[in-house]
Design a protein around this ligand. Structure first.
Ligand code: GLN
Length: 491
């Protein structure tokens, strides 16, 4: 049998169901790896909780009541609230916070007596504060390092999730994607991740950043694993999430084996322009050739408002964040300043102490673009262009079935590189933001290595509710290549 930490979710599920290994043995093996917290990937680990969950899984396997992924470990991004582990969203303002309930996604993946898949939680993984960032350098609990080169960022905001999976600290992790936070860290760490259509996975219990964009999704090493995880995560949650789509859960594994013959892959010219680094381009071009060899046809398309996605997103997301983050006032959750004179001074001091620099920057930007006199000039304009971006995609999907291109313009950069220039991080989001603004599903698939032997990810974007198609393309690609099986040196 392959070493436990090298096994995929699918392999672990199989080994557990056929009792080749127990959930406690698997959990113990992973806990041994997360001890010492390599890459600063975890924010909360509690071996007693994990082992108790594993024992419960073993009991269900013995009783024949196991869930689909019973006993397979998973790590949760720290923006999902959890009852059994602390939840901070990477912020000091929530330090020590413990939720009285589990987020829907956590519940659906967890203990099967609650109707879940039966996965065992290894704890909570690091992320940018309130998921604001592209490098995981905005966490109040320190940056995460990239397992392929520890002098580089893992991407963000789900950097802890990506690093944990790449370093074999967990076979899979949850992530959230508002403007690229599943796809970009997956790309930077050489793993596979998918953000489903907006509304497919419940946002209940996912700490809100920008509610019209936030979406949960799985991060794992293979498309096959992502399909298993996504099948467990999705489904209508109409009573608890007002933007949940009223579409039933789907078995995303069902179409993985479909042939790619005749598939029309749209290649947006705006994704292959000047800003794209040559090493990334070379890897993407080679991947497209592989897909052509599988029978797909490349169709040139245009997404003319790609560049506008940056200013549009960086108006809308901070606007929503400034509203969402008003709930952190020192009264209801987490941190409260010690010295204050009256209520207003308590609010001010609490927020000044609790929020990091980037979060404050976004709250200020958001409050500004929503304020009287600027609302029409910025926020309203941004909303109009957002609609045009979504329409551009619909025109493109008249000519193609899926869209392919890079996830990010470069491979992972060095830690501290953009420390004095927050705009540099914003610009690097150019290829992930359009699909987020349109609410479309998107994924990242490892397609090789670029500068410094760093992983490169290819992005696949599909039309609404076409996750199964994206996973099918990614899976067929992974059957023909082995980039997703490579691992960082020494791991
Ligand atoms: N980098 C983008 C931002 O900072 C996206 C983050 C995300 O998807 N959560 O807002």
């Amino acid at each position: 049998m392959t070493t436990l930490h090298d096994m995929s979710v699918a392999q672990l599920a199989q080994a557990l169901q056929t009792k080749q290994v127990s959930a406690v043995e698997v959990a113990t093996a992973f806990l041994a790896r997360t001890g010492g917290n390599p890459h600063n990937a975890f924010l909360d680990i509690d071996s007693e909780v994990t082992l108790a969950q594993a024992q419960a899984s073993d009991a269900r396997i013995a009783a024949g009541t196991a869930g689909a992924l019973e006993g397979v470990p998973i790590a949760h991004k720290d923006v999902f609230v959890t009852r059994d582990f602390a939840t901070t969203a990477g912020s000091k303002i929530l330090s020590g916070y413990r939720s009285p309930f589990d987020a829907t996604v956590v519940q659906k993946l967890g203990a099967s007596e609650l109707g879940g898949a039966g996965m065992v939680s290894l704890g909570k993984v690091n992320c940018d504060e309130f998921a604001m960032g592209s490098a995981n350098e905005n966490s109040a609990y320190g940056a995460v390092t990239n397992p392929w080169d520890t002098s580089r960022v893992p991407g963000g905001s789900s950097g802890g999730s990506a690093a944990a999976v790449a370093a074999r600290l967990a076979p899979a992790a949850t992530g959230t994607d508002t403007g690229g936070s599943i796809r970009q860290p997956a790309s930077f760490c050489g793993i596979t991740g998918i953000k489903p259509t907006y509304g497919r996975a419940s946002r209940y219990g996912m700490i809100a950043y920008a509610s019209s964009l936030d979406q949960a999704g799985p991060m794992a090493r293979t498309a096959e694993d992502c399909a298993l995880l996504l099948s467990a995560m999705c489904g209508a949650d109409l009573d608890r999430d007002s933007t949940s789509l009223d579409v039933p859960a789907e078995n995303f594994s069902a179409k993985l084996g479909d042939s790619l013959a005749g598939l029309r892959i749209g290649i947006p010219k705006e994704f292959f322009g000047e800003g794209l680094a040559a090493d990334v381009r070379t890897a993407i071009d080679a991947a497209l050739k592989t897909l052509e060899a599988e029978g797909a046809k490349l169709v040139p398309i245009t997404l003319p408002r790609t560049e506008l996605a940056i200013p549009v997103y960086y108006i809308i997301a901070p606007a929503e964040a400034s509203s969402n983050l008003s709930r952190f006032d020192g009264v209801k959750f987490g941190h409260r300043a010690k010295d204050y004179t009256d209520l207003v001074s308590m609010y001010k001091k609490t927020r000044a102490e609790g929020f990091g620099e980037e979060v404050k920057r976004r709250i200020m930007t958001g409050a500004y673009v929503l304020s009287h006199g600027y609302y029409d000039a910025y926020y309203l304009q941004a909303q109009k262009i957002r609609r045009m971006i979504a329409d551009d995609f619909q025109r493109a999907f008249a000519e193609c079935d899926v869209i392919a291109g890079p996830v990010a313009p470069t491979v992972a950069w060095k830690l501290g590189n953009n420390a004095s220039d927050p705009l540099a991080d914003y610009l690097a989001d150019i290829f992930t933001l359009p699909a987020s603004l349109a609410g479309l599903p998107g994924m990242s698939v490892p397609v090789g290595f670029g500068e410094g032997k760093m992983p490169v990810g290819m992005q696949l974007i599909g039309n609404y509710l076409s996750e199964a198609r994206l996973l099918n393309v990614a899976h067929q690609y992974q059957l023909a290549t082995d980039h997703h099986l490579q691992k960082p040196e020494g791991i």
